[in-house]
Design a protein around this ligand. Structure first.
Ligand SMILES: [Zn+2]
Ligand SMILES: [Zn+2]
Length: 360
């Protein structure tokens, strides 16, 4: 079995340890990918802190890119050396959810990926079907999308989660129409992609809300028409002022704080929709007023990974990037070697990152 370096979580909340582990050969319909880059997503950090439980020791990381290194039986449409985006969306293509375009809700139970092995032969689990804080991954064919070799693999990595989630929430889940008034709570990696998705969709007003002025400035560069710092401004009054009292057609919640989920419905216009993207820890509850939602025909829409159909959405996003209409390079705020992953995570937690990459 080939051996590689991976950043392993042994205890929730403690630093990851970079160590040698061995990798299984790809089974049927699986592919081994040599990674070029993997982004640090907030979900990786939440998992490593124990927000959602899961088996340990584990390797997180799920927003990646690389080159195909080895192909399992039954994979006929990829070749060794192909450049690919690696995602955590594993789908069968045949269940009712896949057939209706919701690969992210695929109901088929797959055999779990074979675990990695440490030096003593003990299992190390690749989390989120991926385990990409590592030099290589073995994943199901459905998790990969081949891309043009001219696209930088650093930029392409971001298409694996944050970009498809943000833009997909606008186009696939909320179906934002030209002229809409949009509010985006949170201007991090996903929030900025909601902002640029809303701009691509032709929204008239795009109000970005955050607590950090630097992030709000970034939101402006990604297409926000108005910015509101919620630590010093009254958010509802600001949204009312921007929309001439109409309030928002869509409110996207890209953060995980309970207060944001509680406030979001209060910012809606009649018939508007809250789109829930951020994933709070297990057990967090939110409160809303059912009378208002029912009486005003308002909606709440969950958006797992922007309901991405990766084989369709990723090539479209690549094309927008090539045409200069989708920003990817501007999202990259830092590049770290695997050995410095804990420093990279600490920097994300200090709010310094749009997206930090581990590069190989
Ligand atoms: Zn993610
Ligand atoms: Zn399926």
């Amino acid at each position: 079995m080939p051996s590689m370096r991976a950043a392993v979580c042994h205890v929730f909340g403690e630093p990851l340890l970079v160590e040698e582990v061995s990798l299984p050969a790809p089974g049927p319909n699986q592919v081994r990918v040599e990674l070029a880059a993997v982004a640090i997503c907030h979900s990786d950090i939440a998992f490593a802190e124990g927000a959602w439980g899961g088996d340990l020791p584990a390797v997180y990381g799920h927003e990646a890119s690389g080159r195909v290194a080895e192909i399992g039986a039954g994979v006929n449409d990829l070749a060794v050396g192909d450049h690919v985006v690696v995602t955590l969306i594993r789908s069968c293509g045949e269940c009712k959810y896949c057939r209706s375009g919701y690969e992210v809700a695929c109901a088929t139970t797959f055999e779990e990926n074979a675990p990695l092995r440490d030096a003593e032969g003990n299992p190390v689990y690749p989390a989120m079907k991926t385990g990409a804080f590592a030099e290589e991954v073995v994943v199901h064919r459905s998790q990969l999308v081949a891309i043009d070799e001219r696209i930088s693999l650093d930029a392409a990595a971001l298409l694996g989660c944050g970009v498809i989630t943000g833009v997909g929430s606008v186009t696939n889940v909320a179906d934002v129409q030209p002229g809409s008034n949009v509010v985006v709570i949170g201007s991090g990696g996903v929030g900025l992609n909601v902002v640029q998705g809303a701009a691509l969709a032709g929204a008239a007003a795009i109000v970005a809300i955050d607590l950090v002025d630097d992030k709000l400035q970034a939101a402006k560069e990604f297409g926000a028409t108005h910015i509101v710092n919620a630590s010093s401004e009254d958010v509802a009054a600001a949204v009312a002022s921007v929309t001439g009292g109409e309030m928002a057609d869509q409110v996207f919640v890209t953060v995980t704080a309970k207060a944001a989920f509680d406030e979001a419905p209060t910012l809606l216009a009649p018939t508007g929709a809250v789109v829930l993207i951020g994933l709070p820890p297990t057990g967090v509850t939110s409160t809303f007023i059912p009378l208002t939602l029912a009486d005003q025909s308002q909606r709440m829409l969950g958006s797992k990974l922007g309901a991405a159909r990766i084989s369709i959405d990723i090539p479209r996003l690549v094309r927008l990037y090539e045409e200069g209409r989708l920003k990817l390079d501007e999202l990259i705020t830092g590049r770290y070697p695997l050995e410095e992953i804990n420093e990279a995570i600490a920097s994300v937690e200090r709010g310094e990152a749009l997206r930090h990459l581990i590069v190989f």
